[in-house]
Design a protein around this ligand. Structure first.
Ligand code: FAD
Length: 416
């Protein structure tokens, strides 16, 4: 059942049941897991967006495949809610949680009035994701992000008008993947990062140097070791962007060596679009209101076996939470996490969630990068195999036990 009108939500307060905040992959996985075991328990899904079901990893592959946002939506929020027999409060922001009365306060994002509605819960699941970090130099009104299908959709429409120059700030996985996707779609791409190579926060320099070389040989302009200091609008009538507006990207070398010519002011980039892929952070406001233990760096703290927070009857899943001090912002663990939450909520016996870091694969075709374990750039990385075509390195912990492995391979050359 799909509830567009918040006044109907008061009936939910009477029947309570499970309230899930957030309709990303995490929230929908919890619904699937509960419904697989219980078709009766009332579930209310509250989400600031439309609730549409889509596979977020596709956002870094879609533009070159000429896919629009509508092509990526597997089911609209209302269709999916009908199928799962949940009450969907779409376009509805949760603005407060009271863990004592076990209620949440919500406000419609589409109606102009500030009316608040109170909804009760017996069990609540926080699946509210993490949101992009925009450094001061990247004003949100000028810069895109690809962390949500709605914003992605607006960018996709702009880029569909013809070949353009896009600057991407941040060469983590998302920045590096979208860079290749845009290049393949015929755009000119400049990828800028504080570090000398992509994925430098995750992998050692021996490995990341190969990634830098691969993407540069594809035609991506990689500016490593540079910091963007400002993005501003320039008026340039002599350009082909849709609204006749270009952006100026000022940037400078990160370390200024007095003898280096790098200290000269650099010619700014003039581009059509700037995408920020400078990391994610979890909004502290709701966890704080709920009295849930929170770490500014990694998000909501949960018990590793049950995914319960320290607040009674509140669970957390997905990008908003961390297990044993580590955020794990990937899709693969969601199914098992959701199954554990479902069992725990329904009072079924379960053996506890056993967190295993997922295999991480960069989606770029220019180079194959696969990582297992919990990688971090700093540490004792040892080369296991090194040839022109392949590099395998292990990260050893203090006890010389392998805690992560990276395997980098040159892409297979297609047969003639
Ligand atoms: C471009 C891109 C590519 C990726 N590629 C991969 C990949 O290849 N492999 C992989 O494993 N992972 C990948 N990831 C990561 C993966 O997609 C995420 O870990 C996962 O989708 C997170 O899902 P989520 O439901 O936790 O969060 P989100 O998808 O962010 O959902 C959060 C939901 O909460 C709602 N919400 C937030 N605050 C409120 C509020 N106050 N009130 C109401 N609703 C609220 C939002 O509207 C949204 O519906 C990628 C991520 C991105 C951005």
């Amino acid at each position: 059942m799909n509830v567009e009108n918040l006044s109907v939500a008061s009936s939910t307060a009477e029947k309570k049941g499970v309230v899930i905040i957030g309709a990303g992959l995490a929230g929908w996985h919890v619904i699937d897991a509960i419904r697989a075991k219980d078709t009766e328990i009332p579930i209310t899904l509250i989400t600031a967006d439309s609730g549409d079901r889509y596979h977020k990893p596709m956002l870094t592959m879609a533009i070159s495949q000429n896919k629009r946002a509508s092509d990526l939506v597997r089911a609209s929020g209302s269709e999916a809610a009908n199928t799962a027999e949940v009450t969907l409060l779409a376009n509805t922001q949760v603005i407060d949680i009271d863990p004592v009365s076990q209620t949440v306060q919500v406000r419609s994002t589409t109606q102009s009035d500030d009316t608040l509605t109170t909804i009760g819960y017996e069990k609540m699941v926080l699946a509210m994701g993490a949101h992009p970090i925009f450094p001061k130099s990247l004003p949100q009104d000028l810069v895109w992000h690809v962390n949500h299908i709605e914003r992605f959709s607006q960018l996709q429409e702009k880029l569909a008008t013809g070949s353009q120059h896009v600057a991407i700030v941040g060469a983590g996985m998302v920045g590096t993947e979208i860079a290749e996707d845009l290049l393949k779609a015929g755009h000119k791409v400049t990828l800028i990062d504080l570090n000398d190579a992509p994925l430098s926060q995750m992998l050692p320099a021996t490995a990341t140097a190969r990634i830098a070389k691969a993407i540069e040989s594809q035609g991506i302009q990689f500016l490593g070791g540079y910091q963007v200091s400002a993005v501003t609008r320039v008026n340039d009538d002599d350009n082909d962007s849709e609204d006749g507006e270009k952006l100026q990207v000022d940037y400078a070398p990160l370390s200024s060596d007095a003898d280096s010519t790098d200290t000269q002011p650099l010619e700014p980039l003039i581009v059509d679009h700037v995408i920020a892929s400078t990391g994610l952070t979890v909004d502290e406001q709701l966890p704080a209101a709920a009295g849930v233990e929170f770490d500014r760096r990694t998000g909501i703290v949960v018990d590793a076996a049950t995914l319960r927070t320290n607040a009674a009857n509140i669970y957390a899943i997905g990008d908003c939470m961390s297990i044993n001090g580590v955020a794990c912002r990937y899709v693969a663990p969601l199914r098992a996490q959701a199954a554990t939450i479902a069992d725990d909520i329904l009072g079924h016996e379960h053996s506890g969630y056993d967190h295993k870091p997922p295999m991480i694969r960069l989606k770029n075709k220019a180079i194959s990068v696969m990582v297992t374990g919990v990688p971090q750039a700093a540490g004792n990385w040892q080369v296991k195999t090194e040839s022109d075509d392949e590099l395998i390195m292990d990260l050893l912990d203090d006890n010389e036990v392998v805690s992560a492995t990276v395997t980098i391979k040159a892409p297979a050359v297609p047969k003639a």
